[in-house]
Ligand binder design. Structure first.
Ligand code: SF4
Length: 347
């Protein structure tokens, strides 16, 4: 007879863990102790739980597994950026990145293996979506980068962006559960204000986030405020059109009063005219907004090319004239393919 598969212990809530110990004739408090090892102390094995008796550890080993991630390969860029190829318990690989600046270190984490969307400029879109990440797999990426931040940059991780592989709002429940663990004192205790969920724009889910009263920040990968242009580079825009997205963002702002960030790349011959800039201003002026103009990292397809400096300057001037905050963000980690849109399990 086949031995039943052991359950991942981190799929249990604190309450369920307490109940489990009671069902074993032990004290519910033991559940709290083990829960602390699993999350705050991020233990990878039951043997690491040194204040738990050997008998209890053996009982846990007989009943459960801890499906933790392993950093399979770590690459360090000349600018201090670190890219991790992360192996999941079933052998699949995702990537996560540590991005250092003078004042902070940011973890860019993945939420899915591959991606179900098909943005033409993105290397991840070439990998078909295999599965969603579990909350603990997202949490572990953050823990691993926090450790690297302390080791290589002498301070803990300060910010998290969900901008790695996958569309986080297509794995909403698990992303929310992971953020819950990251922000609770019994997890990493980070402020939700330091977390940004970046979406390509799924209107229904943006509304849901607003209804759920989430406290983290929202960023939208917009790249064009003209429907035909956006659909040509982000084909799902034919379904989730700009008017729908804008309405959902208005709803978000009404409920949260939280500024919206737009991620935007300017490509030569695609969205580099004054008409494109004016459409962007029209799209985002309903609420306090910030536009991040991101430097593009070619993915060897010969189609997408970063627009020249004068096109970027046209965006900056027009946005500023209209009272919209704008930053020009240079890419980091280009030499190791760790920059935005380059994550494709190449290493
Ligand atoms: S840009 Fe984001 S949503 Fe679009 S294909 Fe890449 S990972 Fe998916």
């Amino acid at each position: 007879m086949e031995t039943p598969k052991k359950k991942d212990i981190r799929a249990l809530s604190k309450e369920q863990l307490r109940d489990f110990f009671v069902s074993q004739g032990d004290n519910a408090y033991r559940g709290d102790q083990v829960y602390e090892w699993l999350w705050r102390k991020a233990a990878h094995s039951f043997d690491a739980m040194t204040n738990v008796s050997k008998e209890t550890r053996t009982m846990l080993t007989n009943n459960f597994v801890i499906n933790h991630i392993e950093v399979d390969r770590m690459q360090r860029s000349n600018d201090g950026t670190i890219k991790n190829a992360v192996r999941l318990h079933d052998g699949l690989i995702v990537e996560s990145v540590l991005i250092p600046t003078a004042s902070r270190t940011t973890a860019c984490v993945s939420s899915q293996v591959g991606c179900s969307l098909d943005c033409k400029f993105c290397a991840t879109s070439r990998l078909k979506r295999m599965r969603n990440l579990n909350p603990d797999e997202i949490y572990d990426q953050v823990v691993a980068i926090d450790q690297q931040s302390k080791l290589y940059h002498n301070h803990p991780l300060s910010n998290i962006v969900f901008m790695g592989m996958g569309e986080p709002l297509m794995n909403y429940n698990n992303v929310l559960k992971a953020i819950d663990k990251i922000t609770k004192p019994e997890g990493l205790g980070m402020s939700p204000k330091r977390i940004t969920v970046s979406t390509s724009g799924v209107p229904k889910m943006i509304r849901k986030m607003a209804d759920d009263g989430v406290k983290f920040k929202l960023a939208v990968s917009l790249h064009s405020a003209i429907d035909e242009v956006r659909t040509s580079i982000m084909p799902f825009n034919a379904t989730f059109t700009l008017p729908d997205l804008r309405e959902a963002l208005m709803y978000w702002y009404d409920k949260t009063k939280s500024r919206i960030t737009y991620e935007y790349v300017v490509w030569e011959g695609i969205n580099d005219t004054q008409k494109d800039v004016d459409a962007l201003v029209d799209f985002c002026r309903f609420a306090p907004s910030k536009v991040n103009l991101i430097e593009y990292n070619p993915i060897d397809d010969g189609i997408f090319k970063q627009a020249p400096e004068d096109a970027i300057n046209r965006y900056v001037k027009t946005l500023e004239r209209n009272g919209i905050t704008v930053t020009v963000r240079r890419s980091r980690g280009k030499d190791i393919d760790a920059a935005c849109g380059q994550l494709a399990n190449k290493s």
